[in-house]
Write a protein that binds this ligand. Structure first.
Ligand SMILES: *Cc1c(COP(=O)(O)O)cnc(C)c1O
Length: 360
């Protein structure tokens, strides 16, 4: 059975060289005589794997020395709570921008710990654009400002880092971290679940500036306490070791591919040609304002939505799978993360033309 082009939003495709290496090392990692899954997280071999992953991430993103890098369980959703718990630092308010369903989830969770002030919301526009910067209401008393860099469901992405009047900038980058170079020094905190663009589900990366760490709410669980985790090298308890190892293999692959500038060029090419194919014909449409279209997640519809089940069926037969939109919004969606080869996007574009020829 051949591998398909998997357009799933997450868990999503992993680079084939990563899977091949994991296969080759599955039973015996190097000369240890055991699988990474069977190793003590405190042992020299696993600690080496963990430290290499952190070093490679620092290298790829040029993370300054005054930032801690944490590898934590619980996905991005655990960070929805950990961010207010750690970053309120004696304040009671946090400012959130809503640009889609993931920002809504982040701010709903933050409301359990903080008074959330809404800077602006794209909801009235059906989350098809980022509210213009001059319409945001920043809360000067907020402990931080939170936004979602890429809305995985709605297909809305920031292409620049917002300026927020000196508030610590916090971003959920679950679905676009490592898809392009990033100015980490502009952020107070960046977090991302791995399963979109970095590795398998079950581990999240947190990059946090030193000075924001160390004043958690008293009720903060130890596992979510950034300072405690930083002091323990993210090993306050047994971490998801195998996921950490696989994430490390993805980072090595990114370096082999030429780093984030090379990935960005490829991602831009992939996204541009897919949007061009959708825009070329009235048979297909993408609802997002062109200036904030996502390079990672491309939602689209057919002019005849009743043909969408047939589209999915024929796409699957052509080896193009998981093209359904998120259950909350319906329609179709192609997720084209780092690991989606350009040939996969070309195959989808050819399929779009052929499906239109037959059914348009
Ligand atoms: C998938 C996703 C999440 C949730 O991630 P989990 O790892 O399932 O908790 C949060 N934010 C964004 C932007 C996502 O794409």
């Amino acid at each position: 059975m051949a591998r398909v082009y998997n357009f799933s939003a997450g868990p999503s495709m992993l680079p084939e060289p990563v899977l091949e290496r994991a296969r080759d090392e599955l039973l015996e990692f190097r000369d240890t005589g055991m699988s990474v899954m069977e190793m003590s997280h405190r042992g020299r071999d696993f600690v080496g794997i963990a430290e290499k992953a952190e070093a490679d991430l620092r290298d790829l993103l040029a993370i300054p020395a005054n930032y801690r890098v944490l590898f934590l369980p619980g996905g991005a959703t655990a960070q929805f709570a950990a961010v207010p718990m750690n970053l309120l630092r004696g304040k009671t308010r946090a400012c959130y921008l809503s640009t889609g369903l993931w920002s809504e989830k982040a701010l709903a969770e933050a409301q359990r710990y903080a008074t959330v002030t809404l800077a602006a919301s794209g909801k009235a526009d059906g989350f098809t654009r980022i509210p213009p910067r001059d319409e945001w209401h920043l809360d000067p008393e907020a402990a931080y400002f939170h936004y979602t860099a890429n809305e995985t469901i709605n297909g809305v992405e920031f292409h620049t880092v917002p300026e927020v009047d000196g508030l610590p900038l916090v971003s959920d980058m679950s679905s676009n971290l490592l898809s392009r170079p990033l100015e980490v020094e502009r952020f107070g905190l960046i977090y991302a679940g791995a399963q979109k663009n970095m590795g398998p589900a079950g581990i999240a990366v947190v990059i946090v500036r030193d000075d924001l760490v160390g004043q958690p709410l008293p009720s903060t669980p130890s596992l979510l306490d950034y300072r405690k985790q930083a002091e323990q090298g993210s090993m306050l308890n047994t971490p998801p070791t195998y996921n950490w190892y696989l994430l490390g293999l993805v980072l090595e692959w990114l370096k082999d591919e030429g780093g984030l500038a090379a990935l960005e060029a490829r991602n831009l090419r992939k996204a541009n040609k897919l949007y061009a194919a959708l825009d070329r014909s009235a048979f297909y449409s993408n609802p997002v304002e062109p200036s904030c279209r996502s390079r990672m997640n491309v939602p689209f519809r057919l002019a005849a939505p009743e043909l969408e089940p047939l589209f999915l069926k024929e796409a699957k037969a052509a080896g193009l799978v998981n093209l359904e939109g998120h259950r909350s919004v319906g329609g179709l969606r192609a997720s084209i993360y780092n690991a989606m080869p350009e040939a996969g996007v070309d195959a989808l574009i050819a399929f779009l033309a052929e499906f239109e020829r037959q059914h348009g």
